[in-house]
Design a protein around this ligand. Structure first.
Ligand code: FAD
Length: 623
């Protein structure tokens, strides 16, 4: 049957990518349909119930700055909040929240259900309707045909999903969920390059069977950070403690003894796993000289006794899992509520995507999330938002948008994926961004909210809060710049204990803030009236802006220099074979990636500066 209504955007999959994609398209005014296997699993965290962390919170804040749901749901579901790298510079500071997975899911579902222009339908998609290399809609497993202008596919680990526990394996999308086999088969008939990756999860533990005595307790931070720019601590539910334990020699011996029944070490699993989130058997094998690894023991929620032992992801047979768990301090009598497992799934070569995350071969079809070779909720959600927004733009007949590498971690993520592809699950780190000092988690709104408003992603409430913040920053900067301190004055005296060199001449307060030993609070105290008090979001921007001005300006100059390359577009069907002087290797690399701009071409590994110059000369001659 053909469904009577047609849509602008259909999103397949209600995970982290799919929910942000559907919300973004609907916020932009498009008639949107979210089709997912099971409405009860909307926004489900397949693995660790935590959001954020280094590099990842930057993405969460960018999603938030563009009106997305992830940070808001984290504030509503977060049961422990911490700032990582708090003592390091602002570029690498990151917020991490442990979440109650039920509260998080409920928050996402409520945001989805209350979003105008968005319909949700529970059904597996088995097929895509494609005509003349253009997507027209989807077909579900009961033969329902839904038509749309664009489709965003966000099937996560479900395509051809295969779950491994020891040498046993079975088909599955994740534990308890069916795989997507018919759709995987259909996609393999289309001209995409497909390969396999794998990821894994630890067994879960019943807290009632754990001995917490002697384990190191870890509480969240005070003052407690919030995730969303619009969030506040009053939204947070009850906060809880986490604990730390360690593996030991006995644990490692048990693991080594089980490797002959490990699907990874016997070659049963072919897909490559996440390098930065290795299984415990991988850690014991690769770092044979280490006799202990940390295990973070994290509650799964407020109304459950289940614990997530972060650090012992495994696909070893059940008996080995039970023994290794019970060898760990505190877990001597532990009952496992679920076994750990690994999952192998199909992913697509991300170099077959454009910056918009539209596929190069099928017009109107966008890919986002784990299927593009990434791992992590935040990476998936960021791509989802971008793909949903671009699907909406296309449906509205408008030009695609993607932030540049110097504007957002979302830009870094997409550029890395579509330029270099990936052979292993890709996760975000601050080290992947060359303009780290510009791309801080504290200024994601200043970088992106205006663009989000222009695209229709940002609602009136967020826009009002944002413009007020910008005005407050400007007002406070001017106030500090117009307040002068004379050497020997009362104000100078008040500062004397804090400054290293006494004032030699008149200073305004903004200039004085450049001194490394002074903080905003020291300066503001000199001129503070109760009505002058600004919130931390404002004072933080002023302080970072002043203290890092030199570095920030230098990064900006470099960006401006390279802007020419960013603005030089390369057609997707460009024939690189006809450019004289390019080596066959470079021609092949350019042909494999089909870059959209000269800047992207210059970032392909193996494409030399000389090759970029040849390309530039050729393009100039061609006019
Ligand atoms: P998912 O969250 O997987 O969502 C996919 C959605 O699509 C699901 O709702 C599914 O029901 C739906 N769907 C699929 N096919 C269809 C179809 N044909 N029709 C309708 N609906 C469909 N990340 C980390 O950062 N660290 C980890 O340690 C980690 N470990 C993991 C361990 C396991 C076992 C798994 C499964 C994942 C792990 N991840 C980990 C990855 C993390 O879960 C994903 O990166 C993230 O969930 C990807 O989001 P997504 O939206 O792309 O896909």
């Amino acid at each position: 049957m053909d469904y009577p209504q047609s849509y602008d955007v259909i999103v397949i999959g209600g995970g982290h990518a799919g929910t942000e994609a559907a919300l973004a398209a609907a916020r932009m005014g498009c008639a949107t349909l979210l089709l997912t296997h099971n409405i009860e699993t909307l926004g489900q965290m397949s693995c660790n119930p935590a959001i954020g962390g280094i590099g990842k919170s930057h993405l969460v804040k960018e999603i938030d700055a563009l009106g997305g749901a992830m940070a808001k749901a984290t504030d509503l579901g977060g049961i422990q909040f911490r700032v990582l790298n708090a003592r390091k510079g602002p570029a690498v500071r990151a917020t991490r929240a442990q979440a109650d997975r039920i509260l998080y899911k409920a928050a996402i579902r409520s945001i989805l259900e209350n979003q105008p222009n968005l319909a949700i339908f529970q059904q597996a998609v088995d097929d895509l309707i494609v005509e003349n290399e253009e997507v027209r809609g989807v077909v579900t497993n009961i033969g329902l045909r839904f038509f749309s202008k664009t489709v965003v596919l966000t099937a996560g680990t479900f395509l051809g999903g295969k779950i491994h526990i020891g040498l046993d394996n079975h088909s599955g999308g994740r534990a308890g969920d069916p795989p997507s086999l018919a759709l995987a088969q259909r996609l393999r008939e289309l001209p995409f390059r497909v390969d396999r990756l794998k990821t894994g999860t630890p067994p879960r533990i019943d807290a009632k069977t754990v001995n917490f005595e002697g384990l190191e307790a870890q509480w969240g931070d005070t003052p407690r950070p919030v995730m969303s720019y619009l969030g506040n601590q009053q939204q947070h539910p009850q906060q809880v403690c986490c604990w730390i334990s360690h593996t030991n020699e006995k644990t490692h011996e048990i693991i080594r003894g089980g490797l002959d029944r490990s699907p990874m070490y016997t070659g049963v699993i072919e897909g490559i796993g996440p390098r930065y989130c290795p299984s415990i058997e991988d850690k014991v094998h690769r770092f044979a000289d280490k006799n202990s690894h940390q295990v973070f023991i994290e509650p799964e929620g407020l109304n459950t006794h289940e614990l997530y032992p972060n650090g012992i992801s495994t696909s070893l047979p059940f008996d080995v899992q039970l023994n290794l768990v019970r060898s760990i301090k505190g877990f001597e009598n532990a009952h496992m509520t679920r076994p750990g497992y690994a999952i192998e799934y199909d992913f697509f070569e991300p170099r077959d995507l454009k910056y918009s995350l539209e596929t190069k071969f099928i017009r109107g079809l966008f890919f986002a999330g784990q299927i593009n070779g990434t791992t992590g909720y935040e990476e998936a959600a960021a791509q989802g938002l971008l793909a949903g927004a671009n699907a909406a733009l296309q449906a509205q007949g408008k030009e695609a948008w993607c932030p540049r590498r110097d504007e957002a971690y979302i830009g870094v993520l997409v550029d890395d994926l579509i330029t270099m592809g990936t052979r292993e699950p890709y996760r975000m780190f601050t080290s992947r961004a060359e303009y780290r000092l510009l791309l801080r988690e504290d200024n994601a709104d200043l970088r992106l909210t205006e663009k989000g408003r222009e695209l229709g992603l940002v609602d009136d409430t967020r826009w009002a809060a944002f413009t007020e913040k910008c005005e407050n920053i400007e007002r406070e900067r001017s106030r500090l710049a117009s307040f002068w301190i004379q050497p020997g004055s009362d104000a100078a005296q008040a500062l004397s204990a804090k400054i290293e060199k006494p004032l030699s001449h008149e200073y305004n307060l903004l200039d004085l803030l450049k001194r490394p030993e002074l903080k905003y609070a020291d300066i503001a105290a000199l001129v503070a009236e109760p009505e002058d008090a600004v919130c931390e979001q404002v004072s933080e921007q002023i302080e970072i802006g002043v203290k890092y001005a030199g570095y920030i300006d230098r990064q900006q100059e470099e960006i401006d220099r390279l802007r020419r390359y960013e603005n030089t577009r390369l057609p997707l069907d460009f024939d690189y074979s006809i450019i004289e002087g390019l080596s066959n290797e470079v021609k092949q690399k350019l042909g494999n990636t089909r870059p959209q701009t000269l800047a992207q071409a210059s970032r392909i590994p193996g494409v030399t500066p000389a090759a970029v110059s040849l390309l530039l000369i050729y393009l100039k001659k061609r006019g």
